[in-house]
Design a protein around this ligand. Structure first.
Ligand code: 4NP
Length: 157
């Protein structure tokens, strides 16, 4: 099994949405037996919490089931996952600090966004509901590209 971890700050907005969307895409592609995913936050503010109500709303609007409880990113996750996807540059730096070193399997989520590469998935927490739809659109295209990358790396058709 190939294991993927999506990471943001609070683990209630961006990364649980990425996890839910990627699970849905894996099912659509019949890859759920080969690739698994989870999500975590670099902060501990929302450990045990359900995703933000606005995250649940945008997922449901797009027909994506979402079910996650907040958990914090820990050093051991660096070794336990084949791909680590940071939602923004701050998450990326926090992960490097927690792991104690750079990791060859740590990427920015928008490394895989052909429209605007290597920038942040914007934190929608303090904004309006529009921010969540924008995050959805960014994740939708970035996750497709990421899945193509993983399939190519592992020789999946
Ligand atoms: P996330 O958004 O990192 O996408 O889950 C946030 C959630 C909570 C907070 C900040 C960002 N917070 O400050 O509690």
């Amino acid at each position: 099994m190939i294991n993927v971890l999506f990471v943001c700050l609070g683990n209630i907005c961006r990364s649980p949405l990425a996890e839910a969307m990627f699970k849905f895409k894996l099912q659509e592609s019949n890859l759920e037996g080969r690739i698994a995913c989870d999500s975590a936050g670099t902060a501990n503010y929302h450990v045990g919490d359900l995703p933000d109500s606005r995250t649940i709303e945008v997922a449901e609007r797009h027909g994506i089931p979402i079910n996650h409880r907040g958990r914090q990113f820990h050093r051991e996750d660096g070794d336990g996952f084949d791909y680590l996807l940071a939602m923004d540059n701050s998450n990326y730096q926090n992960m490097v600090s927690e792991m104690g070193e750079e990791s060859s399997h740590l990427y920015l989520m928008r490394h895989f966004d052909a429209m605007e590469k290597d920038t942040d998935v914007p934190d929608p927490y303090y904004g309006s509901g529009d921010g969540f739809e924008r995050v959805y659109q960014i994740l939708d295209r970035s996750l497709d590209e990421f899945m193509a990358f993983v399939k190519k790396e592992h020789g999946f058709s």
